[in-house]
Design a protein around this ligand. Structure first.
Ligand SMILES: NC(=O)c1ccc[n+]([C@@H]2O[C@H](COP(=O)([O-])OP(=O)(O)OC[C@H]3O[C@@H](n4cnc5c(N)ncnc54)[C@H](OP(=O)(O)O)[C@@H]3O)[C@@H](O)[C@H]2O)c1
Length: 333
């Protein structure tokens, strides 16, 4: 029933809501933003919108620098005065993520906006080189590690400007369809992440992607509880169903997208809206460019306990598998 309800809700907003770009009077001169997954799709469009509103410096976090350079040429056309840099980032490599964050820490005298947007969908079980299931690695662990490591430069800037830094994580409305039992009651007495890494937990199709987007929402809430919103505001969004190469692995979603999906620019508007507007959105989930409740489970006692468990497991995993990130200093309240 709830899957049907979520589907009808999606149909309703896709056909009745018109995503809005940032108002013309919002100017971003003097600001620096990082956008991950910005060579294509929503990240590309969001970065372009920031550039068109005058942002002074744009860091493109991309897996393939050649693709990043192509995107950079397009942004430079829209905003010739913007200082655009392409930095390599692979969320399947701890070394790459730590190096990326270290560059942000040491090379940027200023960081105001971070859009953690890179992500993928696969319908079959795939393991990343780190040993984790690919959605767990890229969508959850990669996003979570970067979010922790990039807090420091955001906070440093906020102490200079007196304004909070902004971080937005791209989740999805499909998180509402995620099979909760996989996080609330992982099988075999395992933790949440070890269970999701086990091929026995994988159901071919979209459910693992849905779960990974639920983890994005949970992580946003976990991190928000550790951050002071006068220093860093973190929120998460549903950018809507958008027609682009994201659905190339999923013929049904690709076919259906022709009828009701928005274009990537409209999806990108959700990222920039969440990162620039909504000062009251710390820890919040936004859909249709406004704050709405997160999945109901997260407000229950079991949901809160599960969130706590995910936070503890994720941090312990980073300490064990990526000691070079030295996250202890970022995880203190
Ligand atoms: N499209 C939709 O309908 C939709 C709906 C809801 C949420 N979302 C979310 O929106 C975000 C952007 O998706 P999109 O629609 O713009 O799809 P997309 O066009 O496929 O873009 C995905 C981006 O993520 C990057 N990426 C993938 N794996 C990576 C890794 N290991 N390390 C670093 N970057 C990696 C991709 O790089 P490469 O180009 O090198 O692969 C690409 O830049 C994702 O988080 C997705 O879950 C999309």
């Amino acid at each position: 029933m709830s899957r049907l309800w979520n589907f009808l809700h999606m149909l309703w907003y896709q056909t009745t809501f018109k995503p809005q770009p940032l108002p013309d009077d919002i100017r971003l001169e003097g600001l620096t933003a990082i956008v991950t997954g910005s060579n294509v799709g929503l990240g590309f469009e969001a970065a372009k919108e920031l550039a068109s509103h005058g942002i002074s410096r744009l860091i493109l976090g991309v897996r393939d620098p050649t693709k990043g350079e192509t995107a950079k040429a397009e942004f430079a056309r829209v905003a010739p005065n913007c200082n655009i840099r392409v930095w390599q980032l692979d969320q399947e490599s701890w070394t790459s993520m730590v190096a990326f964050a270290e560059r942000a820490r040491t090379e940027l005298d200023h960081l105001d906006i971070v859009l953690l947007n890179a992500g993928l969908k696969r319908l079959e079980f795939t393991r990343s080189p780190t040993g984790h299931e690919a959605h767990v690695q890229i969508n959850h662990l990669g996003t979570a590690l970067l979010s922790l490591l990039l807090v420091e430069p955001l906070r440093r800037t906020s102490q200079k400007t007196g304004k909070p830094g902004r971080m937005t994580i791209t989740a999805s409305g499909v998180a509402f369809d995620a099979p909760i039992r996989d996080v609330a009651k992982p099988k075999g007495g395992k933790g949440i992440i070890p269970w999701l890494d086990d091929p026995a937990s994988f159901v071919p199709g979209q459910t693992r992607y849905e779960l990974s987007k639920l983890l994005d929402i949970m992580w946003t809430r976990i991190l928000a509880a550790r951050l002071d919103p006068t220093e860093v505001i973190i929120n998460t969004i549903n950018p809507g169903y958008c027609q682009n190469s994201f659905h190339r692995v999923d013929p049904n979603a690709e076919m259906f997208s022709k009828y009701i999906a928005w274009n990537s620019a409209q999806g990108g508007y959700h990222l920039t809206d969440a990162a620039v507007r909504h000062p009251d959105s710390h820890g919040a989930y936004l859909t249709e460019q406004r704050i709405r409740p997160a999945p109901k489970f997260l407000y229950t006692a079991k949901g809160k306990e599960t969130e706590q468990k995910l936070g503890d497991e994720t941090i312990a995993l980073f300490q064990q598998e990526c000691p070079e990130a030295n996250i202890e200093k970022f995880t203190k309240k």
